[in-house]
Design a binder for this molecule. Structure first.
Ligand SMILES: Cc1ncc(COP(=O)(O)O)c(C=O)c1O
Length: 419
């Protein structure tokens, strides 16, 4: 057995837990007939995690809880490092690159390891060969740390960050609207466009492919030094949306693996289109010399047991199936949005259409600020959040670890707030 857990028991009969997941457990029981995510016992999936059973946690996307398999992997790598910290296991670094590459539909050499989305974005903008007078174009819905990463880099280069508005009303956003506004905002000086795959401020899933097409049109006739790169903050899409992140048409995809993927805390990735890797210079020393892109990953010693165990999180998701995971997330988000839409006094800011949304649902309760909604649900043992950096709508994330009953209970408590 590859990852003998220390101090944690296997399934009752001592069977390898991986067999348990594939065989008798997760795949055995069919949930609802209408489920988009048929064929998995989601209760068994949830039991792999050490969640507080008394809490309805609709904020599981915030910072991952880890399944048994990931915890066991961390323990095993820790044991090896404790035995001999000179054993830095380059083969495991390669295995993580292969696993992440496979999961996003890209090559292992095009993946760099970073501790989180914020550092990943900072390394990308900081390393981008940006000249004085050039611009980085972001939207008003990108995360504050995305914006700051770009601003810090632009300031050093004598460049500027421009903030555009890519849609008027998040709940009614259309692909055409985003593409048209983006086309109109790009200038010959635009060296990078930064967008967010699934916005944590609105829950909108951005049409990355359409944006990529607009950027490609803008790039016609440009030299590599002037080429506009499309940078995607993908943290709320990775392991929530059934798509190949490396095939969305973006040049750079950055995501923490410690949110929807359930990877160890303090882990993340950057994928770079090999056609543009020469446009990004490393910002920090690195000893990950697998490739030009790998060198973007900051060096020095890290909590390697966490980094190496990312492969266990990928394996966990691959066994569940990316389509089934996204299907379950969507099913729960739709249930929640439908319930909110039927509630007088509640305004939903996330599109109802699953094609324009994923697992984040933002809403308002008339007369209450978002953080008041959070505070009123807390004594009911319901955890939701707000996006503090933007208009702080109340926000819930539907994870595969949540249940339809939790969604219904939360809806009932929200209804009670409107009376
Ligand atoms: C859209 C978005 N980008 C980036 C971040 C920062 O992520 P990380 O903690 O991985 O740096 C967040 C925060 O949760 C976020 O919502």
């Amino acid at each position: 057995m590859p990852f003998a857990p220390e101090g944690e028991s296997l399934s009752n009969d001592g069977m390898d837990r991986r067999d348990f997941l594939v065989g008798a457990g997760l795949l055995a029981v069919t949930p609802t007939a209408a489920s988009a995510a048929q064929g998995l016992d989601w209760g068994a999936v949830r039991r792999e995690f050490r969640l507080d059973p008394a809490l309805t946690n609709l904020g599981l996307f915030y910072l991952a809880s880890n399944p048994h398999e990931v915890r066991a992997a961390v323990e095993e790598f820790k044991r090896r490092l404790d035995a001999n910290s000179h054993d830095l296991m380059p083969e495991e670094r390669q295995a993580v690159a292969v696993a992440l590459g496979q999961y996003v539909g890209g090559a292992p050499d095009d993946v760099a390891f970073v501790p989180n989305t914020t550092v990943g974005l900072s390394i990308v903008y900081g390393g981008l060969k940006l000249r004085a007078g050039q611009q980085v174009l972001l939207s008003d819905q990108d995360h504050a740390w995305h914006r700051q990463s770009a601003e810090l880099a632009a300031r050093r280069a004598g460049a500027e960050v421009r903030i555009g508005t890519l849609f008027e009303n998040s709940a009614k956003v259309t692909e055409d609207e985003v593409a048209t506004r983006l086309r109109n905002a790009i200038t010959p000086q635009t060296r990078a466009v930064g967008i967010t795959w699934v916005q944590s401020s609105t829950g909108v899933k951005m049409p990355v492919r359409s944006c990529a097409q607009v950027v490609a049109e803008a790039n016609r006739g440009r030299t590599p030094q002037d080429r506009c790169l499309l940078v995607v903050d993908g943290v709320h899409g990775l392991a929530a949306v059934d798509d190949d992140a490396a095939r969305l048409g973006a040049d750079v995809f950055v995501a923490g693996t410690h949110k929807w993927l359930f990877g160890p805390r303090g882990t993340g990735m950057v994928w770079v289109n090999p056609e543009v890797s020469d446009q990004l210079a490393p910002l920090l020393p690195s000893f990950d010399n697998r490739s030009e892109t790998a060198l973007l990953g900051p060096g020095g010693f890290h909590a390697f047991e966490h980094h190496f165990a990312v492969q266990a999180a990928v394996r966990f998701h691959q066994r569940l199936g990316r389509g089934r995971v996204a299907g379950r997330i969507t099913e729960l988000a739709t249930r929640f949005k439908d319930g909110l839409a039927e509630t007088p006094g509640v305004v939903v800011h996330t599109p109802r259409d699953p094609a324009a949304s994923a697992g984040l649902v933002c809403f308002d309760v008339t007369g209450l600020a978002g953080d008041e909604v959070v505070a009123r649900l807390e004594p009911k043992r319901i955890q939701i959040t707000t996006a503090a950096y933007r208009i702080p709508y109340a926000r819930a994330g539907t994870s595969i670890l949540n249940t339809p009953e939790e969604i219904d209970r939360t809806l009932a408590e929200i209804r009670a707030l409107t009376r």
